[in-house]
Design a binder for this molecule. Sequence first.
Ligand code: 5AD
Ligand code: SF4
Length: 469
Amino acid sequence: MQLDPDNHKNTNRQETEKRTSPLQYGNQEKKNVYIETYGCQMNFADSEIFGSILLKEGYTMVNEVGLSDYVLINTCAIRDNAEQRIRKRLRELRAVQRQRPWMRVGILGCMAERLKTQLLEEEENVSFVVGPDAYRKLPNIMSRVRGGDKVAATELSNDETYDDIEPVRLNGNGISAYISIMRGCQNYCAYCVVPYTRGLERSRNPQTIVDEARYLFNEGYKEITLLGQNVNSYRWEQNGTKVGFPELMAMVAEISPSMRVRFATSHPKDLSDDLLHTMARYDNICKSIHLPVQSGSERMLKLMNRKYTPQWYLNRIEAIRTILPTCSISTDVIAGFCTETEEDHQATLEMFRTVRYDSAFMFKFSMRPNTFAARHMEDDIPEEVKIRRLEEIIALQNQLSLENNQKCIGQTFEVLVEGASHRSKEQLFGRTSQNKVIVFDRGNHQPGEYLMLKVTECTSATLKGVVVD
Ligand code: 5AD
Ligand code: SF4
């Protein structure tokens, strides 16, 4: 997050001046904004979009709540615990608001879209709620709430892609950045709230994506991650030319061989051989695919409306292994979806043993209001069963992660150095093309360098290595 040092210095002086309106001191408007982002990578990319909109309107980003006049919380609604976390945060902010009574709190993103004005009624310290397609209205809304009004802007759009907005890079490491290439999702998986909070799928003009990536490269960035809920259905047509996701990847990869390109997330139903061949053609397209399986049971996948069978999924894994032999594979899985039996659960464990994922995001099912599941199914798996099944999946995955990492010992990988290791300043960490983290002694090396590292040790989560020439 950017902190304007002058603004920071001025803060105390401004506060001692006469207060003439809730957010005005003397002639100086209070426009310090603190942004907090929760949830997925898309949310982090969105915060960079509305951050940019606000900077253009003369707002300043600060990196402490205690310096802010507005707190913007970009929220996630995918599971109930994500929302509970935000409610807890709102309670904590009440204490800050007592010290800074002019401070306004806004809820943005998926939770705002899901709950709309209900959130304004339930949370008295929230002044505005703004959904993912209404960020252009933020400056106007933020000036309206100064006098104490409460405002909600939650209409979804069929064409908003914010493609004319150059995102400001918040909290970045200056090395890797996200670029959002499409918005929305219309797969309507039975458990998922995203189609209701982020609206219909729409792709962004490829030229603006390439321009943004080139700009970042010229600014010194070394890695771009192209983001969408389902990047494989990226599509753009103009004057008879069609650009699909493989073409877009190639366009971005060609900016420079020294800039890495990643993407997330793929839906197994649309993962094409064409994309895999494009990945194979470019060394700088990272060999790492996130392919959410959700369940290993054919019956569950059907109930979840995932539109593929375990056989189809395994055929896609086979294609990855054949076309991209060095590629790592990660996944998302849900334990305890409606009616899931022990047999269904065993099928999920079997899927994990067969694919041998490098890593996984593992969740227990959380019923979300208004989804297909909420309207037509019963949340009938007892909490303790969900927890036990989730723990079994986690234990298995930990074992698989460890075994996969052990196979890396003795091998040499090219890493892009990202920064200091969390444990020690004397160590740096970098990421391999396969998205694995390797920690190593700093020496004279710097973030942003490409280095060859030989792996010497590992845990299930991290590899340790030494620099080789
Ligand atoms: N309960 C639990 N996990 C969910 N996900 C999506 N919706 C739910 C839900 N209602 C998981 C899926 C998805 C990931 C982003 O979150 O695994 O891929
Ligand atoms: Fe949700 Fe399914 Fe869309 Fe992913 S593909 S965002 S799980 S509806």
